[in-house]
Design a binder for this molecule. Structure first.
Ligand code: MG
Length: 275
């Protein structure tokens, strides 16, 4: 749990809108900071959460308090998204599973039919936001500092900056981590877990919380199946046992295989624009 792993130590959210539009020098786009930890073009320094590592009882109580506050804010996000007519998708995986690559291809191939904007979560740097911006999407980068997951307050801030139009999709790329992101409701309407064939077929059994609440499990990097030890049948069986209601799709953002099913899934859930 976050209270004991240390990720709930005071975290600083830093939101960088449109990194390609706001940098005042080449350092900015590489995620460098000045000596005060500030970044040109970004708002900095908002302390969003603090959790003492006291006794176990106190830790549990604080954990419950943090999650209760998060759930309340997530509810507000969900109401806001519903009223606005915006689909928000919480995209989660381990680091390196291909979340950003999936979003780049999705933006390029679906972006002319569906307005897509992106909230990028990473502990540091704006590397992914720069890639997404280059793919033609509006994007904000949220740096969580020591935090290993996004929370509802961070997403509220990202939504405020993005101001997504009705009938659009906001993809929330969570911090790469198969543990803590599963605990935090962001107010999203759908949870998508990316499981790459390069990370092995044992993850649904080892990280059941992440898979249990998934609406969709995307098996990614399938173009690499001939080169890795990944038993697709075993993986599918374990996903099915862990998360009986989740839909499963296989795709490769490198070759484009399976991407149409993913686009169809997204479009089915995207609300019609308000008049
Ligand atoms: Mg990424």
């Amino acid at each position: 749990m976050c209270a004991t792993c240390g990720c709930s130590a005071p975290a600083v959210i830093r939101v960088f809108p449109d990194p390609d539009h706001h940098h005042h020098g080449h350092e900015d786009e590489h995620g460098h900071e000045d000596e005060h930890g500030h970044r040109p073009g970004g708002r900095t320094g908002r302390i969003v959460g603090s959790l003492a590592n006291g006794g176990d009882q106190r830790t549990v109580q604080l954990q419950q308090k943090v999650l209760a506050k998060n759930d309340r804010l997530a509810g507000l996000n969900r109401d806001w998204l519903r009223q606005r007519g915006v689909l928000a998708v919480n995209l989660m995986s381990s680091p390196g599973a291909g979340k950003t690559t999936l979003l780049e291809r999705t933006a390029r191939e679906l972006g002319d039919r569906v307005a897509i904007s992106v909230i990028e979560g990473d502990q540091a740097a704006a590397l992914d936001a720069t890639r997404i911006r280059a793919a033609g999407c509006r994007v904000v980068q949220i740096n969580t500092g020591a935090g290993c997951h996004l929370d509802a307050e961070m997403v509220a801030e990202g939504l405020r900056v993005l101001d997504p139009p009705s009938g659009s999709v906001v993809m929330i790329e969570n911090v790469g981590n198969l543990v803590c992101p599963s605990l935090f409701d962001l107010g999203e309407q759908a949870r998508v877990v990316l499981a790459s064939v390069t990370e092995g077929d044992d993850k649904p059994l080892k990280y059941p919380h992440m898979f249990r609440r998934a609406d969709l499990v995307l098996v990614s990097k399938t173009d690499l199946l001939p080169y890795v030890d990944f038993d697709s049948k075993r993986h599918a069986w374990d996903v099915r046992r862990t998360s009986p209601d989740a839909l499963m799709l296989q795709l490769s953002a490198a070759t484009g295989a399976g991407m149409h099913e993913w686009y169809a899934w997204l479009r089915r859930r995207t609300p019609a624009p308000h008049d």
